[in-house]
Design a protein around this ligand. Structure first.
Ligand SMILES: [Zn+2]
Ligand SMILES: [Zn+2]
Length: 184
């Protein structure tokens, strides 16, 4: 068999054309991915992928494979026009909208910070100078601080931020900076 365009002999044909001719005449394929700003995962529709390559592959199989004669893994990379759009995925939206009434910023001597974190908290974000921990109740945070103060010398600074009004009352989010500088 010979190619209808270039006349070369070939084993595999794609709409009467050899591979090279088919690819040459093929229009670029547009791929639209969404990337979550929070978790950096790639999304095709509602399906999420950790790796960009996997998302592209899924997109090709789902939306492109039926309209081209080439197998998905034979499409040359330069034939793909990949567009990425930022958004926030449902998972992250849910996680970030969870009620946070107060944030504890644990700072100070590294050894003490680690000790307190392990003893009382366990869950939080590691930041350069210590840990940031979210609390859904200010009461819970107050009790914890009382306990820490019994065993450590601390310096506390509270910042209040107005976050809204509920039932005519102003709602504040507290950020409590707790600096540890010694044991009692
Ligand atoms: Zn050809
Ligand atoms: Zn996300």
């Amino acid at each position: 068999m010979i190619c209808a365009r270039c006349g070369k002999e070939a084993k595999n044909f794609y709409e009467n054309l050899c591979f090279d001719c088919y690819v040459e005449r093929m229009k670029n394929i547009e791929i639209n991915l969404r990337v979550c700003k929070k978790c950096n995962r790639y999304y095709v529709g509602t399906k999420g992928f950790d790796e960009r390559e996997k998302a592209i592959d899924y997109y090709l199989r789902k939306f492109v494979s039926k309209r081209i004669s080439l197998e998905i893994d034979k499409i040359p990379k330069e034939k793909l026009d990949i567009y990425e759009k930022e958004f926030i995925c449902e998972n992250c939206k849910e996680r970030y909208s969870r009620k946070v009434e107060a944030v504890l910023q644990l700072r100070g001597e590294e050894k003490l910070v680690e000790e307190v974190f392990r003893r009382y908290l366990f869950l939080g974000r590691k930041v350069i100078s210590g840990y940031d921990i979210d609390f859904s109740s200010k009461e819970e945070l107050r009790n914890l601080i009382r306990e820490i103060k019994r065993k450590y010398f601390v310096e506390i600074k509270i910042t209040r931020k107005l976050v809204g009004i509920k039932d005519g009352k102003r709602k504040y989010k507290d950020t409590v900076l707790l600096k540890l500088y010694g044991k009692r």
